[in-house]
Ligand binder design. Structure first.
Ligand code: SF4
Ligand code: SF4
Ligand code: SF4
Length: 388
C-alpha cells in the first residue's frame, strides 16, 4: 500500500445498499486506522496521491483483520492462554476470584485456592438426589446448575479442553518435558487406542449411575451405601495432581475409613501413576479416557463453536493428522462431513494452522469463520518456525 502522506480522496464505498459519497479526507491517520481496523465490513476504495502520483487503493478493514488472525501463530497464543487459565483456575482463590463451580473442565474442587471448579463433583452429588426430591425446590437448583454447565458446553464445547482445562495443560507441559529430555514416544496401535478410548463413555455412565444408585433403589435392590460418595472424584487424577501445584500433598493418600473408599482411593493412586506415565507414551493420554470429553462430544452438535472442513479443497496431504496431538485420522480422511469435531478432539486448532489449503479447515463461531487455513498463514508460520 502506498504511504498516505498527502491528501487523498475516496471513491464510492459500497456494502449492500450502503453507498457513501465521494469525499475529500485530509485526516490521514484517522482513515488509515479505519482501513486497518476490524470495525466496519465496508470496503474502502480511494486514491492516494503521493509525490503527485495517483494510486488506486482498495482496502477492507474486515479482510485485514481476518488476514491478521489467519496468519497468527495460534499455538503460541494458545500456550499463553492456557498458562493464564491455569493461573486463574488453580490460584485465583488467592485473589478471591471465583468464576463458578459449573465449569466443563477439570479445575478441581480439592485445590484449595482454585478460582473456579469442575462441575463433576456437584453433578455426582445432584445425581444422588432421590427422584421424588427432583420435583421440589431442590430440583430447580439442580436444573439451574445443569443449565449453566450445558450453556458453557454450547458456547465453546471442546475449546475448554484445548485452551482452558488445567489438567489438559499439565499434560501439554509433560509433553514439553518429554521433548526436552529427548524421550521418544513408545509405539502403539492406533486401533487399540481407539478401542480403549471408548472407556470414557463407560466412566461417564458410572459417574451417573453410581450416584443415582445411592439416592434411589432400582429393581428392588438396596441403595448403594454412601461410602461411594463421589466415585469419579475418588479416582480422578485432577484431585491428586492439581492440589500439588499449591503445595498440598494431602490427596496423595489412600482412605482406609471403609473398604469402598479404600478400593476407590487406591484406584485413584494407580490412575495418577498412569496419568504421569501415560504422558510419556502418548500426548494428552488421560484425555482419551476423560468422561468430561465424552460429555463434550455428546453436545458438540449443538455447539456454537465448530471445526469445519471443506472436503472439496482437501488434498489429503495429511499435515493436519500429523499435527494432531490426539491422532484423529478423520481430520485428513473425511471429505464429506462439514462439522469435523470427533470425540477425542480438543479444538486446539493445530490442524487449521498446518493446513496449506485456502479455506479448507476453519473454526467458526455461530457460522462466522474466526480462524481459517490459508496459504499465506501456512507459509508465514512455516518461515517463522524455521527462522527464515
Ligand atoms: S478431556 Fe482432557 S482437557 Fe478435556 S476436560 Fe478431560 S482432562 Fe481436561
Ligand atoms: S492439512 Fe488440509 S489439505 Fe491436508 S489433509 Fe488436512 S485438511 Fe486436507
Ligand atoms: S482434530 Fe484438530 S482441533 Fe481437534 S485435536 Fe486434532 S489438531 Fe486439535
Amino acid at each position: 500500500m502506498a504511504s498516505l502522506t498527502n491528501r487523498y480522496d475516496t471513491a464510492p464505498l459500497s456494502h449492500g445498499n450502503t453507498r457513501l459519497r465521494r469525499q475529500i479526507i485530509t485526516h490521514t491517520p484517522l482513515v488509515l486506522a479505519w482501513a486497518h481496523s476490524p470495525w466496519p465490513s465496508l470496503e474502502l476504495e480511494y486514491t492516494a496521491i503521493e509525490n503527485g502520483e495517483k494510486n488506486h487503493i482498495r482496502a477492507s478493514p474486515l479482510a485485514n483483520f481476518r488476514k491478521t488472525l489467519n496468519n497468527a501463530d495460534l499455538s503460541r497464543f494458545r500456550w499463553y492462554f492456557q498458562f493464564a487459565a491455569f493461573g486463574l483456575l488453580v490460584y485465583g482463590g488467592y485473589l478471591a476470584i471465583n468464576i463458578g463451580d459449573q465449569l466443563p473442565t477439570f479445575a478441581c474442587i480439592f485445590a484449595d485456592k482454585r478460582g473456579g471448579s469442575c462441575y463433576l463433583m456437584g453433578f455426582q452429588h445432584q445425581m444422588a438426589t432421590p427422584f421424588a426430591s427432583m420435583f421440589t425446590g431442590r430440583g430447580i437448583g439442580i436444573l439451574v446448575g445443569l443449565a449453566t454447565f450445558f450453556g458453557f458446553f454450547i458456547l465453546f464445547n471442546k475449546a475448554w479442553c484445548g485452551f482452558v482445562c488445567p489438567l489438559g495443560t499439565v499434560q501439554d507441559w509433560l509433553t514439553g518435558l518429554r521433548r526436552r529430555c529427548s524421550i521418544r514416544y513408545s509405539t502403539y496401535s492406533e486401533r487399540a487406542f481407539k478401542r480403549l478410548s471408548t472407556i470414557k463413555y463407560f466412566l461417564l455412565a458410572l459417574l451417573i449411575l453410581i450416584p443415582m444408585g445411592m439416592g434411589n433403589s432400582f429393581f428392588g435392590l438396596p441403595k448403594l451405601n454412601h461410602d461411594f460418595g463421589i466415585p469419579f472424584c475418588m479416582i480422578c487424577p485432577g484431585r491428586t495432581v492439581l492440589p500439588l501445584f499449591t503445595g498440598d500433598f494431602s490427596q496423595l493418600a489412600i482412605d482406609f475409613s471403609s473398604k469402598t473408599k479404600m478400593v476407590f482411593t487406591s484406584l485413584g493412586m494407580i490412575i495418577t501413576g498412569i496419568f504421569f506415565a501415560g504422558a510419556f507414551v502418548k500426548k494428552r493420554f488421560f484425555c482419551l479416557f476423560c468422561p468430561m470429553s465424552a460429555f463434550h462430544f455428546i453436545f458438540s452438535k449443538a455447539s456454537l463453536l465448530r471445526l469445519n472442513k471443506n472436503g472439496a479443497k482437501c488434498t489429503r496431504c495429511g499435515n493436519c493428522y500429523r499435527a494432531c496431538d490426539v491422532g484423529i485420522r478423520a481430520i485428513a480422511d473425511d471429505l464429506t462431513n462439514k462439522n469435523i469435531v470427533k470425540d477425542d478432539c480438543m479444538m486446539c486448532l493445530k490442524c487449521v494452522e498446518v493446513c496449506p489449503e485456502e479455506g479448507c479447515l476453519e473454526a467458526a463461531f455461530l457460522g462466522v469463520p474466526v480462524y481459517q487455513s490459508t496459504q499465506d498463514g501456512f507459509f508465514k508460520r512455516r518461515e517463522k518456525k524455521h527462522g527464515k
